[in-house]
Design a protein around this ligand. Structure first.
Ligand code: C2G
Length: 129
């Protein structure tokens, strides 16, 4: 049984998020997803997501292939999350390339290419204009 773990905000869910989850799931037997908390987003981006952490977790938990969802409260806790969830592979989009290489002593770390031309911020820009 190979456990895959991935992390994200998944605000205004779009096809880029879905493809990443689907490709991550295909690397193993079980997919665990850490959804970034509202507070973590605020500390990184100085703004809160459009959808609350409860809403974002509810949405992700209903996606086919997602076996477990938990709240990611700090980037610094990555190592503990990987151990707690008994992850075999950490999967992240390649916008995070190299950023989690220090976790390679705990599990395999794989960066997958992002889907081009779509992002939550582009959706927000487009709907505002
Ligand atoms: N993604 C993608 N293609 C896009 C947009 C996003 O493959 N066009 C991927 C990202 O690379 C990431 C996942 O979808 O792996 C979730 O994206 P975000 O919600 O933007 O996640 P982020 O805020 O970067 O999460 O611990 C890390 C954090 O939780 C960061």
């Amino acid at each position: 049984m190979k456990t895959i773990i991935t992390f994200g905000t998944y605000d205004l869910l779009h096809v880029g998020h879905i493809r990443l989850l689907s490709r991550a799931r295909a690397l193993g037997d079980r997919l665990v997803v850490g959804v970034s908390s509202d507070q973590l987003n605020f500390s990184k981006k100085n703004k809160f997501p459009e959808f609350s952490e409860e809403e974002r977790m509810e949405i992700i938990s209903m996606i086919k292939g997602v076996d477990k969802v938990f709240l990611e409260e700090s980037l610094e806790l990555k190592a503990s999350y990987l151990k707690e969830q008994e992850a075999d592979i950490l999967v992240m989009g390649d916008d995070w390339s190299g950023k989690f290489d220090h976790l390679k002593s705990i599990c395999q770390v794989v960066y997958l290419p992002r889907t081009p031309s779509i992002s939550t911020s582009a959706i927000i820009e487009k709907t505002r204009s």
